[in-house]
Design a protein around this ligand. Structure first.
Ligand code: BGP
Length: 475
């Protein structure tokens, strides 16, 4: 058995909007995530159905403080280094670099912050893997221009890309354009700052915004290749194969259609053109995507170098169901064969192997697992320890499935960055109590706590996993 490659990129993943904080420091502008509240209004805002200006004045916006990594990054990176991280997936806060988003010149203090952060990583030989946009955009672009609905976003985004590629070309090799790009279809406001005005056709708005992101992603890929010859650019998909609920062909067909909906973006980013089923979908739904001359060529000329994806669980498709309206919009009706996390997400390690195979067969490009993990409540014992064996179990089973895909199936995987390697704010719920980390952060859902960091049991376990390149997986 060959095992994982010697230079396998073990690490962890975070996003600026969920951990950085420092939201108005050194010229940073307000970002999209900074106005998404904790609590019952969160969902309405994320879907784009509610406006943040209507929120009660005492609303809590957890992204504004995050876990204050803005001030604590040295301590955090030292802990990552202690675990032996070979890479660290993080994102840049766009509004730290372009506070409003449409300026000609960037905010030097914002750029300097990331210089310091990258230098700190490189000091420990930790390779940065940088997401350019992770559920984030300057709020000004959302309000003034309508975010990705507007073609002008492509230019603002490319200006931002040109600045960061030039600035960090000697420090960052791995880039991801848009985090979970397919989330635009499920959570348009959180995913891309897109809100439908009254009378607008939601599908027309969303797919037009999708086209803008796809063109932006392709042009950024081309630009990165030009400015950073050794650079490699990937897309990022919220992954997880759709299973038919039964062998009823209608369920199978629905499962396939669900997968196609998710692959809509990565098909374009990887193959360089819209798939036939996508064109037919546009036709059937009378959607006329406005494309400028040169768009199709840009898509064609600049496919991504690798496919990255998040995997938390598989999805299910059921065609006939009385409760269809109550299904999770992304996951479907639930899978009776699988246990669930405390937040109701089915636990399916074999599904990771299935998803890896599906993606590799579809694209034949190297794969990078940019998120995976278990959100769970952790309890600090009286002796101060955190015995998170449930997290170790989850990650061990998923790592085994990944290794099986590599060894048994010949899938090419070059990195694995479990999500929230340090506890951070949950994207879907805004909670701190939904913890993923190897490192505990003392902060609660209402914003209280010292922010002190503490190693969990999984910290030492993951350190051994990395040191043995995935051979020692037992706790
Ligand atoms: C993905 C996002 C992350 C992250 C993760 C876990 O969708 O890319 O930002 O938060 O899911 O989800 P949650 O925080 O909702 O548990």
């Amino acid at each position: 058995m060959g095992g994982l490659r010697g230079d396998f990129l073990w690490g962890g993943a975070t996003a600026a909007n969920q951990c950085e904080g420092g939201f108005s420091e050194q010229g940073r502008g307000c970002g999209l995530a900074d106005i998404i509240p904790h609590g019952r209004d969160r969902k309405g805002i994320m879907l784009g159905e509610k406006r943040y200006t209507d929120l009660p004045p005492d609303s809590l916006f957890p992204a504004r403080e995050g876990i204050n990594m803005y001030h604590r990054y040295k301590e955090d990176i030292a802990l990552f280094a202690e675990m032996g991280f070979r890479c660290y997936r993080m994102s840049l806060s766009w509004s730290r670099i372009f506070p409003k988003g449409d300026e000609e010149e960037p905010n030097e203090a914002g750029l300097a912050f990331y210089d310091r952060l990258f230098d700190e990583l490189l000091k420990y030989r930790i390779e940065p893997v940088v997401t350019i946009v992770h559920f984030d955009a300057p709020l000004y672009l959302v309000e003034k221009y309508g975010s990705w609905k507007n073609r002008k976003m492509v230019d603002f985004f490319l200006r931002y890309c040109r600045v960061i590629f030039n600035r960090y070309k000697d420090k960052v090799r791995y880039w991801l354009t848009f985090n979970e790009i397919n989330m635009l279809l499920y959570m348009p406001f959180m995913g891309a700052g897109v809100r439908c005005a009254e009378g607008e056709n939601p599908a027309a708005v969303t797919y037009q915004a999708a086209h803008h992101e796809l063109v932006a992603s392709a042009l950024a890929t081309g630009m990165a290749h030009e400015i950073i010859p050794q650079g490699r650019v990937g897309c990022m998909l919220a992954g997880g194969q759709s299973y038919p609920y039964s062998c009823d062909p209608k369920d199978v067909w629905l499962g396939m259609q669900k997968d196609q909906k998710n692959y809509f973006f990565t098909d374009v980013q990887s193959r360089g053109a819209y798939s036939e089923y996508a064109k037919k979908f546009f036709e059937r739904n009378d959607l006329h995507i406005h494309m400028e001359s040169g768009d199709e060529q840009a898509l064609k000329e600049h496919p991504v170098d690798f496919i990255s994806f998040s995997y938390y669980t598989s999805q299910v498709a059921r065609s006939r169901t009385a409760e269809q309206g109550s299904e999770d919009i992304f996951l479907g009706p639930g899978n009776p064969h699988l246990a669930k996390t405390q937040w109701g997400w089915p636990i399916d390690p074999l599904g990771l192997r299935i998803t890896l195979n599906a993606l590799y067969n579809r694209y034949q490009k190297p794969l990078f697992i940019s998120e995976n993990g278990l959100g769970a409540v952790d309890v600090v014992r009286p002796d101060g320890s955190i015995q998170d064996d449930y997290r170790i179990d989850y990650l061990r089973d998923h790592i085994k499935a990944m290794i099986d895909a590599v060894e048994e199936d010949g899938v090419e995987v070059f990195g694995y960055t479990p999500w929230g390697c340090i506890d951070l704010v949950s994207a879907s719920t805004g909670e701190m109590s939904k913890r993923y980390g190897f490192i505990y952060v003392d902060k609660d859902d209402s914003g209280g706590g010292t922010l002190a960091r503490k190693r969990k049991k999984s910290f030492d376990w993951y350190k051994r996993v990395i040191a043995s390149n995935g051979k020692e997986l037992e706790a």
